[in-house]
Ligand binder design. Structure first.
Ligand code: SGN
Ligand code: CA
Length: 510
């Protein structure tokens, strides 16, 4: 009996020694354009040295996409390996993720992994499959955030959310059972609205002019009328106090064009010391702006708002990048780097002024894409740039294969382990997309297909189709649906769209 116990112990140790740890570093609404490893016009102005460090020692996927560009649905897809219509989490509102279904944390926990999640969760029902969790209620807050505890209580922590989330995750690593492999999800609120940077980063972009995207003043011609009906324009829907941080009491009666519906939630959460530092940065800038606003054109005011938006958004990214660095340092110092897969991703992309927008939701490239950077020493070649189109349905099966587990037949995604090894064959040639939400920001439901060169989507509400030539029109400024020269592509894409809907067992449009 003793010998049997010893053998079982050795067998378990052997299996665990080979099973890699998985650290999933995740943020909310992080656009590829604001990660310097992806290149682009912000790389020099707003570098992300720690995400870049991860990318340099692993792989960076340029063609990484979500299946439904909104928070909860993207997260539900990551946990289940299924599109929204299969895991039941179609939109941010509702009953919450049905936790009785198969999920990857439950599978990993079941095979002996230590599992934990910290930070933004946003799936309404409490986490299941985690030995430990501490999550933000709903959207959470940047300043002095509240974390929901496993016993149902809520606790408020002084400081900045991104830092606190990371510290909690590192503390859990310190306290874990070192004999077991671990699966850790460290999930930030940042850079989500209301874009409130840490105090130490407020001055990061002083005196800098952020380049404008060419479509900042998009007139929405040549596409569905619904684009002009969205409520996510920097011009018409970026609130002065809430988003732009120009508070009413600073304005001395000066009228500003555009909406001002809310208060400034984060300011209300700050302690007097935090408020003082915040004001020391914003008040003088706001005063200078208010002094000249009377002589500024409408266009100049939108440009000013764009600068304010971007500096705050990029400011919040800085703390996320610090946090990635802190985690990588921890793994290095504790001898964990070699046997740990580290991923950096975000639930969807975001508009950084493209089409005049902030927010996400659309199947256009900026919000359809998800950053995806992965390091797996000994498996993935440092500095690799896989071109495969991957999607968030692929994460769960990837984790399973990495852990040596069988992938259940019900999973809709495919493991990217062969791609990571540089051995990928017969990869998918098209992606399916769905967006079901109705409400905030007024983006209509749409369902589509994307290939390497084209995109087609259907808007059931207005019974309209849109099609884009991604090679000749990468900014997606003109729908070519119905144009005679695209008749053949249109026919093929339409067929592919219906094939995917059958393949993924998508329900009829409602
Ligand atoms: C909040 C934001 C929206 C955002 C949604 C969804 N408003 O409602 O601007 O689109 O979240 O974001 S806010 O006033 O609360 O900031 S998601 O990432 O959670 O899906
Ligand atoms: Ca999000």
């Amino acid at each position: 009996m003793k010998l049997f116990a010893l053998l079982s112990f050795l067998a378990a140790t052997f299996v665990h020694a080979r099973q890699p740890n998985i650290v999933f570093l995740f943020s909310d609404d992080h656009a590829l354009r604001s990660i310097s490893a992806y290149g682009g016009d912000l790389a020099k102005i707003a570098p992300t040295p720690n995400i870049d460090r991860l990318a340099a020692s692993g792989a960076i996927f340029k063609n990484s996409f979500c299946g439904n560009s909104i928070c909860g649905p993207s997260r539900a897809t990551i946990l289940t390996g299924k599109h929204s219509h299969k895991n039941g989490f179609l939109r941010n509102s509702g009953k919450g993720l049905d936790q009785s279904q198969w999920t990857v944390p439950k599978a990993l926990q079941g095979t002996g992994y230590n599992t934990a999640v910290f930070g933004k969760w946003h799936l309404i029902s409490d986490p299941v499959g985690f030995d430990h969790w501490e999550i933000l209620p709903g959207q959470g807050s940047y300043y002095n955030p509240v974390f929901l505890q496993m016993d149902g209580s809520k606790k408020k922590f002084p400081g900045y959310c991104t830092d606190i989330t990371t510290d909690k995750a590192i503390k859990w690593l310190d306290d874990r059972d070192p004999e077991k492999p671990f699966f850790l999800m460290c999930q930030h609120k940042a850079p989500h609205r209301t874009f409130a940077p840490a105090l130490r980063h407020l001055k990061s972009f002083d005196g800098v002019t952020i380049p404008e995207p060419p479509s900042l003043f998009d007139d929405y011609s040549n596409r569905s009328k619904s684009l002009s009906e969205n409520e996510m324009e920097i011009d018409r829907h970026f609130h002065w106090t809430y988003d732009a941080k120009v508070r009413k009491n600073e304005r001395k009666g000066i009228e500003l064009p555009g909406p001002d519906r809310y208060g400034m939630a984060e300011y209300g959460r700050m302690n007097p010391g935090q408020k003082k530092e915040w004001d020391a940065h914003f008040v003088p800038e706001n005063q200078a702006f208010l002094k000249k606003v009377g002589s500024m054109s409408h266009k100049e005011i939108v440009q000013w708002k764009y600068q304010r938006y971007m500096k705050n958004y990029l400011g919040t990214v800085k703390a996320v990048d610090d946090s990635v660095g802190k985690m990588l340092d921890y793994l290095d110092k504790n001898g964990l780097t070699e046997n740990t897969i580290v991923i950096y991703a975000s639930d969807q992309g975001f508009y950084l002024g493209e089409h005049g927008w902030y927010d996400k939701r659309w199947m256009f490239e900026e919000s359809f894409k998800m950053p995806f950077v992965i390091r797996w020493p000994g498996v993935t070649k440092a500095g690799s740039r896989p071109q495969e189109m991957i999607q968030n349905i692929d994460y769960a099966p990837t984790f399973l294969e990495a852990a040596g587990l069988k992938i259940p037949a019900e999973i809709q995604g495919k493991s990217i382990v062969p791609t990571l090894k540089g051995e990928s064959k017969d990869w998918r040639k098209s992606l399916y997309y769905s967006y079901y939400e109705k409400g905030e920001h007024n983006v209509p439901q749409h369902f589509g297909v994307r290939t390497e060169t084209h995109k087609l989507f259907f808007l059931p509400g207005s019974d309209e189709w849109q099609m884009f030539d991604l090679v000749n029109d990468p900014q997606e400024m003109k729908s070519v649906y119905g144009q005679p020269e695209y008749a053949e592509v249109q026919k093929e894409l339409t067929k592919e769209f219906h094939r995917l809907r059958t393949h993924y067992e998508a329900p009829p449009f409602k």
